[in-house]
Design a protein around this ligand. Structure first.
Ligand code: FES
Ligand code: FES
Length: 155
Protein backbone atom coordinates (compact mmCIF):
# COMPACT_ATOMS: atom_id res chain seq x y z
CA UNK A 1 0.00 0.00 0.00
CA UNK A 2 1.31 3.46 -0.87
CA UNK A 3 2.91 5.50 1.89
CA UNK A 4 2.71 9.23 2.31
CA UNK A 5 4.79 11.70 4.30
CA UNK A 6 2.68 14.03 6.39
CA UNK A 7 3.32 16.79 8.91
CA UNK A 8 1.33 16.81 12.12
CA UNK A 9 1.07 19.28 14.99
CA UNK A 10 1.22 17.19 18.14
CA UNK A 11 1.61 18.51 21.68
CA UNK A 12 2.83 21.85 20.36
CA UNK A 13 5.49 20.34 18.11
CA UNK A 14 5.68 19.88 14.36
CA UNK A 15 6.30 16.21 13.56
CA UNK A 16 6.85 14.66 10.14
CA UNK A 17 6.08 10.98 9.66
CA UNK A 18 5.43 8.51 6.87
CA UNK A 19 2.14 6.66 7.06
CA UNK A 20 -0.07 4.46 4.95
CA UNK A 21 -3.43 5.85 3.89
CA UNK A 22 -5.15 3.34 6.14
CA UNK A 23 -3.10 4.03 9.30
CA UNK A 24 -5.18 5.28 12.19
CA UNK A 25 -4.05 8.26 14.19
CA UNK A 26 -3.77 5.93 17.21
CA UNK A 27 -1.36 3.72 15.30
CA UNK A 28 0.69 6.71 14.12
CA UNK A 29 0.87 8.34 17.56
CA UNK A 30 2.01 5.15 19.24
CA UNK A 31 4.03 3.48 16.51
CA UNK A 32 5.54 6.45 14.68
CA UNK A 33 5.79 9.12 17.36
CA UNK A 34 6.32 6.99 20.47
CA UNK A 35 3.35 8.56 22.23
CA UNK A 36 1.96 5.56 24.08
CA UNK A 37 -0.41 7.49 26.35
CA UNK A 38 -3.38 6.86 24.02
CA UNK A 39 -4.22 3.21 24.65
CA UNK A 40 -5.54 0.62 22.22
CA UNK A 41 -8.63 -1.05 23.61
CA UNK A 42 -11.61 -2.02 21.51
CA UNK A 43 -10.29 -0.32 18.35
CA UNK A 44 -13.86 0.34 17.25
CA UNK A 45 -14.85 3.49 19.11
CA UNK A 46 -16.53 1.97 22.14
CA UNK A 47 -14.09 2.13 25.05
CA UNK A 48 -12.48 5.58 24.85
CA UNK A 49 -9.05 4.35 25.97
CA UNK A 50 -7.50 5.95 22.88
CA UNK A 51 -9.08 9.40 23.45
CA UNK A 52 -6.97 12.44 22.55
CA UNK A 53 -7.88 16.06 21.84
CA UNK A 54 -8.15 17.39 18.28
CA UNK A 55 -8.71 21.13 17.95
CA UNK A 56 -9.87 21.14 21.57
CA UNK A 57 -12.43 18.34 21.26
CA UNK A 58 -12.14 14.74 22.42
CA UNK A 59 -11.47 12.31 19.61
CA UNK A 60 -11.17 8.55 19.67
CA UNK A 61 -7.91 8.20 17.83
CA UNK A 62 -8.75 4.65 16.69
CA UNK A 63 -11.54 6.17 14.58
CA UNK A 64 -9.48 8.86 12.85
CA UNK A 65 -6.96 8.33 10.10
CA UNK A 66 -3.52 9.84 10.58
CA UNK A 67 -3.88 11.72 7.27
CA UNK A 68 -7.08 13.35 8.58
CA UNK A 69 -5.08 15.02 11.36
CA UNK A 70 -3.06 17.19 8.98
CA UNK A 71 -3.69 20.86 9.77
CA UNK A 72 -5.25 20.13 13.17
CA UNK A 73 -3.92 20.62 16.69
CA UNK A 74 -3.48 17.23 18.28
CA UNK A 75 -2.90 16.86 22.02
CA UNK A 76 -2.24 13.59 23.79
CA UNK A 77 -1.91 12.95 27.51
CA UNK A 78 1.83 13.55 27.09
CA UNK A 79 0.98 17.16 26.16
CA UNK A 80 -0.71 17.89 29.49
CA UNK A 81 1.50 18.94 32.35
CA UNK A 82 0.13 19.13 35.88
CA UNK A 83 -3.29 20.36 34.78
CA UNK A 84 -6.09 20.72 37.36
CA UNK A 85 -7.86 17.60 36.06
CA UNK A 86 -4.68 15.51 36.33
CA UNK A 87 -4.20 16.66 39.94
CA UNK A 88 -7.88 16.00 40.67
CA UNK A 89 -7.66 12.40 39.40
CA UNK A 90 -4.80 11.78 41.80
CA UNK A 91 -6.43 13.51 44.74
CA UNK A 92 -9.76 11.75 44.22
CA UNK A 93 -8.17 8.31 43.55
CA UNK A 94 -10.06 8.21 40.26
CA UNK A 95 -8.22 5.18 38.85
CA UNK A 96 -6.99 1.71 39.74
CA UNK A 97 -5.04 -0.09 36.99
CA UNK A 98 -4.81 3.17 35.04
CA UNK A 99 -5.30 1.75 31.56
CA UNK A 100 -8.36 3.88 30.86
CA UNK A 101 -7.02 6.94 32.67
CA UNK A 102 -5.28 8.85 29.84
CA UNK A 103 -8.45 8.61 27.75
CA UNK A 104 -10.66 9.72 30.62
CA UNK A 105 -8.38 12.63 31.45
CA UNK A 106 -8.30 13.83 27.82
CA UNK A 107 -12.09 13.60 27.66
CA UNK A 108 -12.49 15.47 30.95
CA UNK A 109 -9.90 18.06 29.91
CA UNK A 110 -12.01 18.85 26.82
CA UNK A 111 -15.19 18.82 28.86
CA UNK A 112 -13.80 21.43 31.23
CA UNK A 113 -12.71 23.62 28.31
CA UNK A 114 -15.93 23.30 26.31
CA UNK A 115 -18.34 23.41 29.26
CA UNK A 116 -16.79 25.38 32.12
CA UNK A 117 -20.26 25.47 33.74
CA UNK A 118 -21.12 21.81 33.09
CA UNK A 119 -24.01 20.44 35.12
CA UNK A 120 -24.52 16.81 36.21
CA UNK A 121 -26.31 15.92 32.97
CA UNK A 122 -23.47 17.18 30.77
CA UNK A 123 -20.84 15.49 32.91
CA UNK A 124 -22.68 12.14 32.76
CA UNK A 125 -23.18 12.46 29.00
CA UNK A 126 -19.50 13.12 28.38
CA UNK A 127 -18.29 10.36 30.68
CA UNK A 128 -20.48 7.85 28.83
CA UNK A 129 -17.97 7.83 25.99
CA UNK A 130 -15.29 6.15 28.13
CA UNK A 131 -15.31 2.78 29.84
CA UNK A 132 -13.47 1.84 33.02
CA UNK A 133 -13.42 -1.79 34.05
CA UNK A 134 -11.99 -1.50 37.51
CA UNK A 135 -12.71 1.69 39.38
CA UNK A 136 -15.83 3.58 40.31
CA UNK A 137 -17.17 6.29 38.06
CA UNK A 138 -18.08 8.22 41.20
CA UNK A 139 -14.46 9.19 41.83
CA UNK A 140 -14.06 10.25 38.21
CA UNK A 141 -17.15 12.45 38.47
CA UNK A 142 -15.88 13.86 41.73
CA UNK A 143 -12.58 14.74 40.08
CA UNK A 144 -14.37 16.65 37.31
CA UNK A 145 -16.62 18.43 39.78
CA UNK A 146 -13.74 19.41 42.03
CA UNK A 147 -12.18 21.28 39.12
CA UNK A 148 -15.49 22.81 38.00
CA UNK A 149 -16.21 24.11 41.47
CA UNK A 150 -12.59 25.13 41.89
CA UNK A 151 -12.65 23.23 45.15
CA UNK A 152 -9.52 21.71 46.49
CA UNK A 153 -9.59 18.08 45.26
CA UNK A 154 -10.52 15.77 48.09
CA UNK A 155 -12.83 18.35 49.59
S1 FES B 1 -9.59 1.81 21.32
FE1 FES B 1 -10.54 3.57 20.51
S2 FES B 1 -12.48 3.64 21.44
FE2 FES B 1 -11.61 1.77 22.16
S1 FES C 1 -8.69 2.14 36.13
FE1 FES C 1 -8.53 0.15 35.26
S2 FES C 1 -9.77 0.25 33.48
FE2 FES C 1 -10.10 2.14 34.46
Amino acid sequence: MASKTITLHVNGEVRTITVRASDTLLFALRGKLGLTGPKPGCLNGDCGACTINVDGWPMKSCLMLAVEAVGKEVVTIEGLHDTPIQRAFVEEFAFQCGYCTPGFIMNCHSLLKQHPDADDRIIKEWLESNICRCTSYIEIEKAVKSVLRKEEPGG
